[in-house]
Ligand binder design. Structure first.
Ligand code: FE
Length: 257
């Protein structure tokens, strides 16, 4: 498994960060995998360029037939673009918010596999993986209107999709939270619609026992101290329409495009 970083491993249960196989113009993306007693779920597996590397990696880790789920936190291309390949080469079910069921097929989903693309209600729910259960949590509006997150109670890892995303740092685990803010701030201020939704989400996840928060882009928050600093930061963050109301003006700048 030379291409994966082990986040948790107790022998029966593993949480892996598969190496970023993205290159060139593609935004850096983390692909996460949870394995329990030989059964697997892959989270936000990305587009066509990374597909063939990831599918062979999954083959090496558990065997493609033991992949039970492909989790799609939302509808962005860095998450769903290769969904047809995943459904064609595995027996897994793809889970997404119901909001995207009629949009994802625009990436080209074969009629023989479309019944394994499953839409989830806004409430999320609990799914079985191997001998354990995973919680699928509402993460709506952060940033997508139909957005879901995954909490794994065995490793106490919260997979937060684009929430906590960072770009430009050169480390995998956040050590100094204050120094890390600069890599997250731009994205969160512009993509998250309002502080109100952050507050609702923070209130919900404070009821979970969290050791690790693992976003889909950038560095991972590991340890309760860093996790709490991140939650406190989100709780106070002004973003989206909180700070952008004055942008709604008729433009008078000529574009040279
Ligand atoms: Fe996104």
């Amino acid at each position: 498994m030379e291409n994966s970083v082990v986040i948790f491993d107790d022998g029966n249960h593993k949480n892996l960060l598969l190496e970023d196989f993205g290159h060139g113009e593609m935004v850096q993306a983390n692909v996460h995998m949870i394995v329990d007693n030989g059964r697997g779920i892959i989270l936000d597996p990305g587009g066509h360029k990374v597909f063939k590397h990831l599918i062979s990696e999954v083959g090496k880790i558990i065997g493609v037939n033991n992949l039970d789920y492909i989790f799609l936190s939302h509808q962005d291309p860095d998450i769903v673009a290769a969904i047809n390949g995943w459904l064609m080469t595995t027996k897994a079910k793809a889970l997404s918010s119901k909001l995207w069921l009629r949009f994802i097929p625009h990436f080209g989903v074969d009629k023989f596999v479309i019944d394994r693309l499953i839409g989830l209600d806004d409430e999320g729910g609990i799914i079985k993986l191997g001998e354990t259960e995973l919680y699928i949590l509402p993460g709506h509006f952060m940033h997508s209107p139909g957005n879901l997150h995954v909490y794994d109670p065995v490793s106490k890892t919260l997979y937060s999709g684009d929430l906590g995303a960072s770009l430009g740092q050169d480390y995998i685990f956040v050590e100094d939270f204050d120094a890390h803010i600069q890599y997250m701030e731009g994205f969160h201020r512009r993509y998250i619609p309002t502080n109100k939704v952050l507050k609702a989400w923070v209130k919900m996840v404070r009821d979970l026992d969290i050791e690790t928060i693992a976003p889909q882009h950038g560095a991972i928050f590991k340890g309760k101290d860093i996790v709490n600093k991140f939650l406190d930061w989100l709780d106070d963050l002004q973003c989206g329409i909180d700070i952008m109301e004055d942008k709604f003006k008729i433009p008078n700048n000529k574009l040279e495009v």
